[in-house]
Design a protein around this ligand. Sequence first.
Ligand SMILES: Nc1nc2c(ncn2[C@@H]2O[C@H](COP(=O)(O)OP(=O)(O)OP(=O)(O)O)[C@@H](O)[C@H]2O)c(=O)[nH]1
Ligand SMILES: [Mg+2]
Length: 225
Amino acid sequence: MHLDHSHSALSAVSADAHRPDGARRALRIGLGGPVGSGKTATVAALCRALRDELSLAVVTNDIYTREDAEFLLREAVLPPERITAVETGACPHTAIRDDISANLEAVEDLEDAVGPLDLILVESGGDNLTATFSKGLVDAQIFVIDVAGGDDIPRKGGPGVTTADLLVVNKTDLAPYVGSDLARMAADAKAQRAELPVVFQSLRGETGVADVAAWVRGRLAAWAA
Ligand SMILES: Nc1nc2c(ncn2[C@@H]2O[C@H](COP(=O)(O)OP(=O)(O)OP(=O)(O)O)[C@@H](O)[C@H]2O)c(=O)[nH]1
Ligand SMILES: [Mg+2]
């Protein structure tokens, strides 16, 4: 799917919590963050952790390809009809913040095709520290950074680090190899985010995505209530 600038009017409709038939729509959670931080790997792990207890689907965004969706399809994290790719053709933040029409169309098509759904995960293309999702597209956002990107990233701030509903510091297994100081990252993140939650995770480790999955379950419980 390509960005089509003729559907902007959808955003007003889709910010509503209900489908046209009055049923509650799926909770939409966006995952953003720098290139290669582990967004797709986190989406894959979340699908494996949650697919037996929830009805879920995924929208991926890539600039020129369908790489991330193809990875999720190859890994068979969900049935193929539950995975949709948006080719943004421009800076990734454009499609999640400025003209969200292609993404809205993708989430609504998924609900029509395989719904009712409890949860739709929307992965942004890798971008910079300023990229955030429009509130007309997602109900909550996760910002994924990784320890190999430098342990000064939390201190540098930016809206992803400071305002995301959940900050994930991924690849903690790599910290000793790249000389990242996890305690410093935790202190800087706390200073930037006050009470907003932060999860340190390694998808190579035993607990994997468990903390993020628990946070998602909490958001779903609040959404259902
Ligand atoms: N060591 C280690 N590698 C990881 C971890 N999580 C992800 N990776 C690896 O990091 C690389 C990038 O992960 P992706 O999930 O593709 O990253 P992404 O943020 O989706 O990347 P883009 O969509 O291209 O921006 C892959 O080779 C993953 O296997 C982790 O916790 N530890
Ligand atoms: Mg990805």
